[in-house]
Ligand binder design. Structure first.
Ligand code: TRP
Length: 335
């Protein structure tokens, strides 16, 4: 049986944190043997907001190394860097020319980011979802694991596919219509300083997140100071207690216990008892990842060989789709 293809990526802005891990990378790892996976570092998306050229390449390597450290297996997964495969930029241009401008202007994430950035909004920020569509469509992906915030981008991708195929494909579609792979409930990790907001790399306060590469001291400090409440006894799913739900969820996911086990265990606990438990669990869960990361970073030649191999596999698939799209649009490829 041919395996379905999964495609996803994370941007190399700053380090990966528990939200990226529990919400994305860990799920890729858990499901990887069921699928054929294309997982990349979205370094072209990273320059849609002001970025630092001095750290871009290093951050990109760091994310790729973390993918491996978290357990991605090259037998199931192709790991590559978006900018290494020029077809991403090229298909973006072709798709730009069939994407109505108002589809992009109406995107929620664009409007939110544009408001935040004021005057400093470039065309790339508006075009971000078309690049994301190109990422997905080049690999003819069946499934795209997406969180709540990326759902609208996948919807747009589907609209672009339908429009492209309708306008330019004959009986046989050129681009495949991707489906979302919805994450299980509870995988959404919130900020340590505000349980109603997502844990995010762009939060100015590093105290709001636990990075996968945080030192033991940092993890101790962040959990000690994280926001809680004055209620004794810890429970899931109380809308008045978003921080409580978030911290229990993190504990549940990192300890590997079930929700009812955690609910039972923490029913009568106070924060003074729970916080050291969460700290210990977090440190223990991140330790193997950090050790593996260090071993990979000590052998950059290996990481480069992984990315070179990834680029080749990705290019073969991407260039094939690109050629089909160009032919459909009327370009002649033969020379
Ligand atoms: N936009 C995604 C994010 O910020 C990253 C991304 C880029 C992506 N291209 C993608 C995710 C293609 C899935 C598929 O999380």
């Amino acid at each position: 049986m041919v395996k379905q293809r999964v495609l996803s990526g994370v941007q190399p802005t700053g380090s990966l944190h528990l939200g990226n891990y529990l919400g994305a990378v860990r799920n890729w790892v858990e499901n990887q043997s069921q699928y054929e996976n294309f997982l990349f570092v979205a370094d072209l998306h990273a320059i849609t907001v002001p970025h630092n050229p001095a750290t871009l390449a290093g951050d990109t390597y760091k994310v790729a190394a973390l993918y491996l450290a978290c357990g991605l297996d090259l037998n199931h997964s192709t790991i590559f860097v978006q900018s290494h495969v020029s077809a991403h930029s090229e298909l973006t241009w072709l798709l730009n020319c069939i994407t109505p401008l108002n589809w992009l202007q109406d995107m929620i994430q664009f409007k939110e980011k544009a408001v935040k950035q004021g005057e400093n909004v470039n065309t790339g920020l508006l075009d971000y979802p078309v690049l994301m569509a190109a990422d997905i469509l080049l690999y003819q992906a069946d499934k795209v694991p997406v969180g709540e915030d990326q759902k609208q981008h996948l919807e747009l991708t589907r609209d672009i596919v339908n429009r492209f195929n309708h306008l330019f494909a004959g009986k046989k579609p050129v681009l495949k219509l991707p489906e979302p792979l919805i994450r299980s409930e509870g995988a959404r990790v919130m900020s340590l300083t505000d349980g109603t907001r997502k844990m995010s790399k762009s939060d100015p306060s590093d105290m709001s997140r636990i990075n996968l590469l945080d030192s033991t001291d940092d993890i101790v400090k962040k959990i000690k100071r994280c926001k809680t409440d004055l209620v004794r006894g810890l429970t899931f799913d109380d809308s008045e207690r978003p921080e409580c739900n978030n911290l229990l969820t993190i504990y549940m996911l990192l300890s590997g216990k079930t929700k009812s086990e955690v609910a039972q265990e923490c029913l009568d606990m106070g924060w003074g008892q729970f916080k050291p438990l969460l700290t210990e669990t977090t440190i223990a869960a991140l330790k193997p990842i950090q050790e593996k990361y260090q071993a990979i970073m000590d052998d950059l030649g290996y990481l480069e060989s992984v990315l070179r191999q990834g680029r080749e596999k990705a290019q073969a698939q991407a260039n094939d789709t690109l050629a089909k799209a160009k032919t459909a649009l009327g370009y002649s490829l033969a020379l």
